[in-house]
Write a protein that binds this ligand. Structure first.
Ligand SMILES: CC(C)(COP(=O)(O)OP(=O)(O)OC[C@H]1O[C@@H](n2cnc3c(N)ncnc32)[C@H](O)[C@@H]1OP(=O)(O)O)[C@@H](O)C(=O)NCCC(=O)NCCS
Length: 142
């Protein structure tokens, strides 16, 4: 999905910040997190996605954030026990007080160079002030 933004004027600094704030987490799929199909439990994947998206959004603005919504989550491929899963989160939309973060999970075989896309979703976060009221995400707190 292409980056969109509602900030004006268009900012190179913002684009650089988006690149820097990308978050990557890698997990081993052990039996404790699989379901009765011997694949990753979907709820576990959702928690990882929300957390990794939160990390990217926090790196972007360095302000307190809350999750306000998630868009459709597509589970395109099951993630079997005994594989690796890489979660990659990147800011794709900068609003006034909100940020949208796209999260993709890739499944990777442990014993051969095989990597496939498995899950995609988008999470929206809102920056909040001390009174838990929405506050601007840009410029970032430094
Ligand atoms: C997030 C929260 C502070 C927003 O308060 P609000 O009064 O609805 O805020 P506003 O209507 O002023 O909207 C603020 C921003 O959020 C966006 N937003 C609000 N609801 C949204 C939704 N359901 N989906 C996507 N974006 C949403 C608005 O578009 C706006 O974005 P912008 O400033 O970039 O244009 C409030 O809804 C809240 O506290 N929710 C609970 C959050 C929570 O507990 N999360 C789980 C644990 S982290």
């Amino acid at each position: 999905m292409p980056l969109t933004h509602t900030q004006s004027p268009y900012s190179e600094a913002m684009l650089a910040r988006i690149e820097q704030s990308e978050a990557r987490v890698i997990k081993a799929i052990f039996p404790s997190i699989t379901n009765h199909h011997n694949t990753l439990f979907g709820g576990e994947a959702l928690a990882w996605m929300d957390e990794t998206a939160f990390i990217a959004a926090t790196r972007f603005c360095r302000k307190p954030l809350v999750t306000v919504s998630s868009d459709r989550i597509d589970f395109n491929k099951a993630i079997p026990a005994g594989t690796l899963a890489e979660i990659i989160a990147k800011v794709i939309h900068v609003g006034n007080t909100s940020l949208k973060v796209e999260v993709n999970i890739f499944v990777e075989d442990m014993y051969q160079d095989l990597r496939e896309h498995a899950i995609r979703g988008v999470f929206t976060f809102v920056a909040v002030d001390d009174d838990r009221k929405p506050t601007q995400v840009w410029p970032p707190h430094t």
